[in-house]
Write a protein that binds this ligand. Structure first.
Ligand code: GLC
Length: 646
């Protein structure tokens, strides 16, 4: 049993009247329930023999942190416990956005709540709004503070106003916790640079290149073009500091228990602003070990579970999202394995699905998608995915080579094809994307560009090619129909709902011109939004069809995630078929055509899956009873069917 279920059980008599509950008593109960796990995890990382006073300090800290949690959030925590795993509901729909690009600042964002309601969005992921260095700051992922709002977005009062408003609307908020690194302007980094040994120990700092050079042998490079290597020399400190991402992002040294405890306090402070889901940024990198790639290490998992178990004691209504864009085998581990099963992160990005959808668009085939997904071990029942088509980052091709070979392709050549397809190296490709962080040493590269531009809308509009435009619209809708029905929280990237194209203005800004991820961080196009009701432009078609899909998702209970997904093999290499299983007649069979031609599937296959053919089958997207005239079911190019028995 995972700890959340235990807490639900133990607090059950208080869940109907949370306002009357003895909140302190429930905290004590949670603490004693999680204590054995917390102790094991803590001592595995910080053994008593080396760190005598560390564990008692943590025990002292936890009640202090609980006392700082506002009472209205303590009560909300209990309500969340009552409503089971709220994040798995079919009612969930997320949107990710940059506050300034969306509508200027936090106040501006608040005025757009009706826009979210109109589309059905009830979860906002706002990108970092905290203080950061003026020049380069990795879109706010170089933090000068974990909870101080950068003036460009408004004030902390504005943020609290927003979270209050969202709560009153029963909407949820996700914010980032940049847990792996701070900026070089963070107070700890400044003290370290000024020579303070205590704070030098908060980071990985070295007198000379001896240890850095040894580390470099096995450490990969995250940003090989703009920030090669993993260490930066700080002239003021006269030391090398570990900087796995950019040279101004200093990696925190979690071998020091003080770092863990101070970061735990920062995490709770972030939760206390009214955050419902905390996105644990770059968490795969949390533990460094010489001779390894320092990613996904067992100690990192223990550390994350430790954060989780402590957060649960203090704020049990808040859940964690793993931002681990790693191989399928590794992603699944962030839900927790063995004793940690269900006790690490509740949510993880389904990067495998995302990357392979792009693979299937380029190849028009689905066998690689099917094989990879089929081989991901089942996640714990309490966990769920964030399913997404695009986000603010690049698209990495992090799926396994062995399956590429199994389908008969050469892995190196295949990845090269994908990069070429998306980065305008092939005349016939409709995609207008760009290449990101190409590493000539190993041929690795990633892809950037907006959903619409990668799917051909930009090229279609440029060439005034109506067929290409229509095909792009159909592809955009198909990919979104998949994330809406796959099982998990669908997260729309702001702008994709109106088919926003690449934004090339970043090329004029010296601080970001080398980071092509900014092509996909456009300003929200409110002019287009104001015309959505009037014209039949691509943006209107996309928005209205998407809104309809969302409406259907929200009224289709079987789309709630209870691990009720079954992937089906198909003879036709262009189709992707899966089922959301339900009781008796309630299941939904999803069939998608990844080809630009009409594709057929045998009615006998659908019948063999229990979805009998003929008049008792309905596509709930078009709200149409299927009228099958032959032994084959026909799918138009890029069509999706959500089939239900009637
Ligand atoms: C995550 C963010 C990315 C950022 C990196 C470093 O991967 O999504 O945008 O560059 O972390 O913080």
């Amino acid at each position: 049993m995972n700890q959340t279920s235990l807490h639900r059980l133990l607090a059950s008599s208080d869940l109907d009247k949370p306002e009357k509950a003895d909140l302190k008593k429930l905290f004590d109960l949670r603490l004693s329930t999680n204590l054995p796990l917390i102790e094991d995890l803590f001592l595995s990382l910080y053994p008593e023999s080396t760190f005598q006073n560390a564990f008692p300090s943590l025990l002292k800290l936890l009640p202090e942190l609980f006392n700082k949690r506002p009472a209205y959030l303590q009560i909300q925590d209990l309500k969340r416990l009552k409503y089971n795993n709220w994040y798995q509901s079919e009612k969930m729909l997320g949107m990710q956005l940059y506050v300034d690009n969306f509508n200027k600042d936090l106040k501006g964002l608040k005025t757009k709540i009706p826009y979210f309601e109109n589309l059905g969005v009830n979860l906002l992921h706002i990108m970092p709004v905290t203080t950061r260095p003026k020049a380069e700051n990795d879109g706010g992922y170089a933090v000068n503070s974990y909870t101080e709002v950068d003036p460009r977005y408004g004030s902390k009062a504005d943020l609290l106003n927003l979270t209050e408003k969202l709560r009153s609307k029963e909407m949820f908020l996700m914010m980032d916790f940049v847990v792996n690194h701070t900026s070089d302007e963070f107070p700890w980094a400044k003290k370290a640079a000024a020579g303070d040994k205590k704070y030098q120990d908060y980071y990985y700092t070295y007198e000379d290149r001896k240890i850095p050079d040894e580390f470099e042998i096995s450490l990969p490079e995250v940003f090989p073009q703009t920030s090669p290597g993993n260490f930066t020399f700080n002239a003021q400190m006269q030391k090398w500091v570990m900087t796995v991402f950019n040279d101004y992002q200093w990696d925190l040294n979690y071998r020091n228990p003080m770092v863990f405890m101070e970061m735990l306090a920062n995490l709770i402070e972030l939760a206390n602003l009214g955050t419902d889901i905390v996105r644990f940024d770059a968490l795969a990198f949390l533990w460094k070990k010489m001779g390894t790639d320092s990613q996904n290490l067992p100690e990192a998992h223990n550390l994350i579970a430790l954060f989780r178990m402590c957060l649960q004691v203090v704020a049990p209504g808040v859940v964690l999202l793993a931002e681990a864009i790693v191989s399928p085998e590794e992603i699944i581990k962030y839900f927790g394995e063995d004793a940690k099963r269900g006790n690490e992160c509740e949510i993880a990005y389904n990067a495998t699905l995302m990357a392979l959808l792009w693979n299937s668009i380029a190849t028009k085939k689905t066998h690689l998608l099917y094989k990879n997904l089929l081989n991901i071990p089942e996640k714990p029942l309490e966990g769920t995915w964030i399913n997404y088509v695009r986000c603010h980052d690049d698209i990495g091709l992090g799926f396994e080579d062995r399956y590429i070979y199994e389908v008969g392709w050469d892995a190196f050549a295949h990845r090269k094809f994908l990069l070429d397809y998306y980065s305008q190296k092939l005349d016939w490709s409709p995609a207008m994307g760009q290449i990101f962080m190409y590493n000539p040493k190993n041929g690795d590269g990633r892809i950037t560009g907006s959903c619409a531009s990668l799917l051909g809308l930009e090229k279609g509009i440029k060439q005034n090619d109506k067929a290409l435009i229509q095909m792009a619209i159909d592809k955009i809708l198909m990919l979104h129909a998949i994330i809406l029905s796959y099982g998990g929280i669908p997260m729309i990237y702001a702008g994709d709902e109106i088919g926003t194209l690449n934004d090339y203005s970043y090329l004029q800004n010296k601080n970001i011109k080398d980071d092509s991820r900014w092509a996909n961080r456009p300003k929200h196009d409110w002019k287009t939004v104001s015309e959505l009701e009037k014209i039949s432009a691509p943006s209107s078609q996309i928005f209205h069809s998407l809104k309809q899909l969302v409406k259907i998702r929200k009224t289709t209970a079987v789309f709630a995630d209870s691990n009720n997904i079954v992937l089906h093999n198909t003879e036709n290499p262009h189709l992707f078929i899966y089922e959301r299983t339900g009781k008796t007649k309630n299941g939904i069979l999803v069939i998608c055509n990844f080809d630009e031609n009409i594709q057929l599937t045998a009615v006998s296959q659908i019948s063999s899956l229990g979805y009998s053919s003929g008049k008792n089958l309905k596509d709930i997207i078009l709200d149409r009873t299927m009228n099958l005239k032959s032994d084959f079911l026909e799918l138009k190019p890029y069509q999706v069917l959500w089939l239900r028995k009637i």
